[in-house]
Design a protein around this ligand. Structure first.
Ligand code: AAL
Length: 407
C-alpha cells in the first residue's frame, strides 16, 4: 500500500472522512458535506447499492415447455402460481379465436385486441418449467347478456377457508374500442383447484362514480390475505386510456372480510401512482409490489409497511409484464412475508406480429429465503435484435419528420 493511501486511510478515522470520497464507501453517511446524490445513497437507498437491497432484483426469463402456440392462440396475464399437494397451478387469460385481433374490424368471432373473446384457462406443472394445459377452459364466459359475455380476462386466485376463488374482469362490449377497456371485477368459486368453477354472474368490485379515478376500469384483480382480511389490489382508470389531466394508470385496493364482499375501497386510493398489471406479495410485515410499464414510478419495486402507503424500494430493469409470482405465503396473513423467487408472466409473441401473447417464466431474488447475488447485478445490456424491433425502432413517419426538420 503506498504512502498516499496509507495517509488517507489514517486520515479517515480522525475526521470520519478524507477530503476525497473514499473507495471503500463508509457504511454511515459522512459528517462532512456530500452531494445530494451521495446523500441519497444513505437516505433513500443504501451505500452498498443493489447488492444489499432485499427489494432489488434483476429478472431472468425462460420459455415454458408444454404449451403449444399457434396463430390464433394467445395466453396472458397469469395468476399467482400456487403449489397444492405437490402440483403447481396457474390460471390465465386464454384465447383460441378464429383469427388474430383486428381492432375495429372485430366481429362475433374475430377479436378486437388480445384480451377479447377470451376465457379463463388453467394449467398445472410438476416442476414450474413444464406445463400441461387443461383440455377446456376453467371458466367459460357466460352467454349474452350475462356478466362478461363478450370476454373474461386477467384473473387471479384466492384460497379462503378451504375454498378457491378466481377474480377476473368481465367485458360486456368489445374491448378497446369506444369505451376503452371498460370492465369491472366478478368472481367464480370452486371447492377444488381443478373446478368445477361456479361464476357468481355479478360484479363484486364495481366502477367508481363518474369523475372518480377508477370510473371506467377495475382491472387486474390481485387478492392476498393481509391483517386477517382479503385485500384485492387492482388497476383503475377514469376513461379510455387515461390522459386529459388524469393519472394514466394507477392502482388501488379494495378490502373485504368475505370473498364475495362487500369490498370497501381504501379511502387513500390510488395507493400506487404507476404500473399496469398488479403484482403484490407479502413482505415482512407489509406488502411489496412490482410496478412496471406506465407512470412516473414505472420499473420499480415498492413497499408499503401497512399495505397501503407504498414507497419506492428499488429501480429495476426489464421487469416481468403481468407477473404472477409463485407466492407460497400469499394467504398466510402472518405478518412475516418471505418474498418471491420466480413466477410466470407474459410476453408478446413475435411469430404473430405481437398480436398474441405467450406465457414465460421469470426468476429473481426478491426473497428473504435466498441470497442469489447473480440477481443483484445491474448494467443489463441488449443486442441489436432488441433495439431494432417493432416497439423500439424509430417509426418511419417520425423519422421523415425529424429529417424534414434538418435533424
Ligand atoms: C391486461 C390488463 C387488463 C387490460 C388488458 C386486459 O394486461 O391490464 O386486462 O384490460 O391488458
Amino acid at each position: 500500500m503506498n504512502i498516499k493511501v496509507v495517509g488517507l486511510a489514517l486520515l479517515l478515522p480522525l475526521t470520519g472522512f478524507a477530503e476525497v470520497f473514499p473507495a471503500l464507501i463508509p457504511e454511515e453517511k459522512p459528517e462532512t458535506p456530500v452531494s445530494v446524490a451521495v446523500a441519497r445513497l444513505y437516505e433513500q437507498w443504501n451505500p452498498h447499492e443493489d447488492r444489499a437491497n432485499e427489494l432489488y432484483s434483476n429478472f431472468k426469463y425462460t420459455p415454458l415447455q408444454g404449451l403449444e402456440t399457434a396463430p390464433n392462440i394467445s395466453r396472458r396475464d397469469p395468476s399467482k402460481v400456487l403449489l397444492i399437494d405437490g402440483v403447481y397451478h396457474v390460471w390465465y387469460t386464454g384465447r383460441k379465436s378464429a383469427g388474430i385481433p383486428a381492432g375495429k374490424q372485430a366481429t362475433d368471432t374475430i377479436p378486437s385486441f388480445d384480451w377479447d373473446l377470451c376465457d379463463l384457462w388453467h394449467a398445472t406443472s410438476s416442476n414450474g418449467w413444464n406445463w400441461v394445459e387443461d383440455d377446456k377452459p376453467a371458466v367459460t364466459r357466460l352467454a349474452k347478456p350475462q356478466y362478461g359475455w363478450r370476454s373474461i380476462s386477467t384473473t387471479d386466485v384466492l384460497i379462503w377457508k378451504g375454498k378457491y376463488y378466481l377474480y377476473y374482469q368481465g367485458f360486456n362490449e368489445i374491448p378497446g374500442l369506444d369505451s376503452g377497456d371498460r370492465a369491472a371485477v366478478t368472481v367464480a368459486e370452486a371447492d377444488s383447484p381443478f373446478g368445477p368453477w361456479k361464476p357468481l354472474g355479478k360484479v363484486v368490485i364495481d366502477f367508481g362514480a363518474v369523475g372518480d379515478w377508477d370510473s371506467n376500469a377495475i382491472h387486474d384483480p390481485y387478492p392476498i390475505v393481509y391483517k386477517g382480511k382479503i385485500y384485492i389490489y387492482y388497476k383503475g382508470s377514469p376513461q379510455k386510456g387515461g390522459g386529459n389531466g388524469t393519472i394514466v394508470r394507477a392502482q388501488g385496493v379494495a378490502i373485504a372480510e368475505h370473498p364475495l364482499g362487500p369490498f370497501k375501497k381504501s379511502q387513500l386510493n390510488p395507493v400506487l401512482n404507476s404500473g399496469h398489471e398488479t403484482c403484490m406479495f407479502p413482505f415482512k410485515g407489509g406488502v411489496a409490489a412490482i410496478v412496471s410499464l406506465d407512470g412516473a414510478e414505472k420499473n420499480t419495486v415498492q413497499f408499503a409497511p401497512d399495505g397501503i402507503n407504498f414507497e419506492v424500494a428499488s429501480l429495476i430493469q426489464l421487469p416481468p409484464v403481468a407477473p404472477g409470482p409463485f407466492c407460497p405465503d400469499a394467504f398466510a396473513g402472518n405478518g412475516d412475508g418471505r418474498g418471491i423467487t420466480w413466477g410466470l408472466c407474459h410476453i408478446m409473441d413475435k411469430e404473430s406480429g405481437n398480436n398474441n401473447s405467450i406465457l414465460a417464466r421469470f426468476d429473481c431474488d426478491l426473497s428473504l429465503e435466498v441470497d442469489r447475488q447473480y440477481f443483484k447485478r445491474n448494467n443489463l445490456r441488449f443486442d441489436d435484435g432488441t433495439y431494432f424491433q417493432k416497439s423500439t425502432m424509430l417509426p418511419g413517419n417520425l423519422k421523415k419528420q425529424i429529417q424534414g426538420e434538418g435533424q
